[in-house]
Design a protein around this ligand. Structure first.
Ligand code: C2E
Ligand code: MG
Ligand code: MG
Length: 762
């Protein structure tokens, strides 16, 4: 497969690249969204946690305040002077207020040192030293005091002690003491949220853990020193140390609530929120939570988001792959339609143009030539062997070219049997072309095609400054058109001469219509001579183009051009009409007239109205029978034979004679003489001139004259220039001649003046 150096269009790659970019962007956006989501969740949970922490601290405060209120009310009740201060009253007050739910115990401790509790009075001795610490702490305290049960009492079981002084008639009698359990503090509903999120601790200002929520893993149960545990738990980085320091300061300076962040040894981030209890001085409510916990909450959400992203991405990939596959398929089809030749399955002209431009650009220093060729008489191959085999020949041309020529070279079929190739003009090019032609011929022969495959080739050598590929192809085509298929050398090169000829043709074509209208086409007559009687026996009308400036152009120059563009039909009828008109005038003037022959282009035979027009002219000018002869050249294609027979027979019915012009110049067929009703055979000048020098040719000429005379035809020898030629013709029995020896073609007026004045026509 040749690389198309010119084809830069790759829509599939563009679609794919665009798809991948979109995919990457999506991926990026997804990751970004996930991280935004994660962070916003973290922040939200963190804020939520802190908020809950404060409200939980406040709930704790409320609960303690409630206890304080009960104890205070009990103290007030006992100090009520409306009642007698006696043991019964004390029992009654204790029973009433001790029954409240959040009151663990309610005890009355009078100054005497004894103790009232649950309907009993205990002596000072009975209580022992356990209250010693209490008294020490209470000394000089005249208001409500909320404190912890003293240390040493039971370190794992500590309660909140609420003591309120009791006054009776302004006399201080003792303390009403209530206890609240701190042990089950965090099992209550209020702390659920904090418990769920992390771990809750109630810590004294000395950093000792008083109470904690269930399942605390951060600080093991046996460890009661919060500050020490946290220090151990942290990663001991500078930042963590600083944060721990901040926490310590908050404890020491009894600061409002707040929070610190510590990084753990596992690399997690630990948030500790603190809240100093307002109801119990020196007590701190702490909640700790680990980032991991947040992740646990956020993870399912993130998983769901990531899953959605993956689904979207997979969908997108599927769509991209689908679009890509469809585009690729469509591209192949489009490329096939746009660049493939359906007959040979090779490339077509569109591809060729892109390829040629691209190749010339890439290999700037390499000389290239454009070959524009067709198969001579391909119509014959088509008809004789059928379309299928003819197409095989076309395909074989492409195949063999590809096998013979290189990657930089390409041959395509344009249409019908027209080919176009770009070939590197290197030293071996001729050899390769011969190789190519031989290979095509050999393949054709192997398929039973006996007819030789000959190429009519126009060549254009590409020049450095050439840019337009269409122009280059046109040049090669112009060169090809100079060949008619009969030449030995079937290759023509685009040259200056061809350009000049083309210009000439252009000029002729642009002038012809006007020339016909202004009468620049003139009738010249060349007499036909009866050499036995030595006098004029007829004439041939020959056209001359005499321009306004007097220059004369001979028919050889313009007739082929007119035959090409169809103008010859008009000219031939013009000549015939002029000749007939003159003949009628001569008859009317009583002058002598001779049979006049008029040349007819083969093209006329294809014109549907040809016979009708001839008939019309003959009748219009009342031409006597057989006074007009129509000369038709012998070169007739095989497929025209039947048409010729039909037309010529009709022409004869119009009262004209028929002459075969230039007999012996081409490939005459004796069949033609048999089938077509010719009256006159005009032997070609070239054929005749050979007869003069060669005995062999003379003998053939003699036999032709004998044969045609035998067929009842008249023979005229054209181009007789010498006396000796006349003598020779006399001896071999040719009576009529035409040539410069007797007269050159002369203007019609001169002819009529010279030969028609003397006698009148009978
Ligand atoms: P043609 O019909 O064979 O005409 C004879 C040509 O031979 C004429 O050339 C004539 O001048 C030339 N000729 C005659 N005797 C001699 C001679 O002794 N020696 C030499 N060397 N030449 C001689 P012309 O007039 O140049 O015409 C050339 C051809 O042009 C004609 O060949 C004919 O085929 C064609 N032609 C001329 N007039 C017409 C026309 O009106 N219509 C058509 N379709 N073709 C025409
Ligand atoms: Mg002629
Ligand atoms: Mg002739």
């Amino acid at each position: 497969m040749r690389e198309n150096y010119g084809n830069k269009r790759q829509p599939i790659m563009r679609i794919l690249a665009a798809g991948l970019v979109i995919l990457l962007i999506c991926l990026e956006v997804c990751l970004f969204l996930v991280s935004v989501l994660r962070n916003s969740y973290r922040n939200e949970i963190s804020a939520d946690f802190q908020e809950h922490h404060v409200s939980t601290g406040e709930a704790l405060d409320n609960s303690i305040d409630c206890g304080v209120e009960i104890v205070e009310n009990a103290a007030v009740a006992l100090g009520n002077v409306e009642y007698e201060y006696c043991d019964e009253r004390i029992y009654s007050v204790l029973a009433t207020y001790g029954a409240f739910q959040n009151m663990e115990t309610l005890t009355y401790v009078p100054l005497s040192g004894c103790l009232y509790y649950e309907g009993r009075k205990y002596d000072k001795d009975y209580i022992g030293g356990s209250w010693q610490a209490f008294w020490e702490e209470m000394i000089d305290k005249s208001g409500t005091v909320v404190t912890l049960t003293p240390i040493g009492y039971d370190p794992t079981y500590r309660e909140l002690l609420i003591s309120v002084p009791v006054y009776y008639n302004n006399e201080f009698l003792g303390y009403m003491v209530g206890t609240q359990s701190l042990q089950n503090l965090f099992t209550e509903e209020t702390y659920n949220y904090q418990n769920r999120m992390g771990e809750c601790y109630l810590v004294s200002s000395l950093g000792i853990i008083i109470s904690r929520s269930d399942d605390c893993v951060m600080i093991p149960n046996e460890n009661i020193d919060f500050a020490e545990s946290i220090l151990e738990y942290s990663d001991k980085s500078e930042k963590s140390n600083r944060e721990i320091q901040l926490l310590g300061n908050a404890f020491n300076l009894k600061k409002e609530s707040g929070n610190v962040n510590i990084r753990t040894q596992e690399g997690d981030s630990l948030q500790i929120s603190y809240y100093p209890l307002k109801s119990a001085e020196g007590l701190y409510f702490l909640s700790c939570y680990n980032d991991n916990l947040v992740d646990d909450k956020v993870q399912p959400l993130i998983y769901r988001s990531v899953l959605s992203c993956i689904i979207i991405i997979v969908l997108m990939i599927t769509i991209i792959v689908y679009v890509w596959a469809t585009a690729k398929r469509a591209n192949i089809t489009i490329e096939k339609l746009a660049y493939e030749d359906p007959v040979t399955k090779g490339k077509n002209i569109n591809f060729f143009k892109e390829f040629a431009i691209g190749t010339m650009n890439v290999f700037k220093e390499t000389p290239f030539v454009i070959y524009r060729f067709d198969i001579a008489n391909f119509r014959y191959i088509n008809e004789a062997y059928g379309h299928m085999r003819a197409d095989e020949v076309l395909t074989s041309c492409i195949r063999n070219f590809d096998m013979t020529f290189g990657e930089k070279e390409l041959c395509v079929r344009m249409n019908a049997d027209q080919f176009l190739a770009i070939i590197e003009n290197s030293s071996g090019v001729e050899k390769r072309l011969v190789q190519f032609r031989n290979a095509v011929n050999e393949e054709a022969r192997s398929h039973g095609i006996k007819y030789p495959i000959r190429f009519k080739t126009g060549v254009y050598q590409i020049k450095k400054h050439d840019r337009d590929i269409d122009v280059m192809i046109d040049h090669a085509n112009v060169a090809r058109k100079t060949l008619n298929g009969d030449e030995k050398e079937m290759t023509a090169y685009y040259t200056e001469r061809i350009v000049n000829d083309m210009r000439k043709v252009d000029r002729i074509e642009s002038d012809m219509q006007r020339a016909l209208a202004t009468g620049e086409f003139r009738v010249y007559m060349q007499p036909k001579w009866d050499i036995y009687l030595n006098r004029v026996a007829g004439a041939e009308a020959l056209v001359r183009w005499i321009k306004a400036d007097g220059t004369m152009i001979y028919p050889d120059e313009f007739i082929p051009v007119f035959e090409n563009d169809g103008f010859v039909e008009k000219l031939d009828f013009y000549m015939l009409e002029t000749v007939c008109q003159r003949m009628e005038e001569m008859i009317e003037a009583g002058k002598k007239i001779y049979p006049v022959s008029v040349n007819q282009s083969r093209l006329l035979l294809h014109s549907p109205d040809y016979v009708t027009n001839i008939d019309r002219i003959i009748k219009k000018y009342h031409i006597p029978k057989n006074m007009i002869e129509l000369e038709i050249t012998e070169t007739v294609f095989l497929d025209e034979r039947d048409k010729m027979i039909e037309t010529t027979n009709l022409l004869k019915e119009c009262g004209v004679r028929l002459a075969m012009d230039d007999f012996g110049s081409g490939y005459s067929s004796l069949n033609m003489l048999k089938d077509i009703p010719f009256d006159i055979i005009k032997i070609d000048r070239e054929f005749f001139s050979e007869s003069v020098t060669s005995q062999h040719s003379q003998w053939i000429l003699e036999k032709i004259i004998e044969m045609t005379s035998g067929l009842g035809m008249e023979v005229i020898c054209e181009g007789v220039e010498t006396k000796s030629q006349v003598l020779l013709l006399k001896t071999i029995g040719c009576r009529m001649v035409q040539g410069f020896f007797y007269s050159k073609p002369i203007p019609e007026e001169e002819f009529y003046e010279k030969y028609c004045e003397s006698e009148s026509y009978e």
